[in-house]
Design a protein around this ligand. Structure first.
Ligand code: MG
Length: 123
């Protein structure tokens, strides 16, 4: 069965790049433009991505709020969460991990770095 990824980013360009990489890697991809849209996608019947790649800075509901919301749902406890951020401060990475993210990815990133980060999560 194909692995499934949910890409959550308010930048359409970023969703395109990430979507292309993930599709090339064999993932089936769903996209959302902010945290609220992501929760809507997750609440659709049968939705259960293997991984969600979550941008930090988004309108309406940011990445940290989304990670916390997903982690409050026991049925999504096995969804791996990768925080995607351009923030380089270690303190913010810590915040993301404390909120429930499993891994983080710094922007800008290459396809190789994405592959490495996915491998850390066992993909
Ligand atoms: Mg953003």
């Amino acid at each position: 069965m194909k692995r499934t990824a949910l890409i959550v980013d308010d930048s359409r360009a970023m969703r395109l790049v990430m979507g292309r990489y993930l599709k090339e890697l064999g993932y089936e991809v769903t996209e959302a433009g902010d945290g609220k849209e992501a929760l809507e996608a997750l609440n659709r019947q049968g939705a259960h991505p293997d991984i969600a790649l979550v941008d930090w800075n988004m309108p309406t509901m940011n990445g940290i709020e989304l990670v916390q919301a997903i982690r409050r749902e026991p049925r999504f406890s096995d969804v791996r969460l990768m925080m995607v951020t351009s923030e380089t401060e270690g303190a913010r990475v810590e915040t993301a991990l404390e909120a429930g993210a499993d891994e983080y990815l710094m922007k800008p990133f290459t396809r190789e770095i994405l592959v490495e980060k996915l491998a850390v999560l066992g993909f």
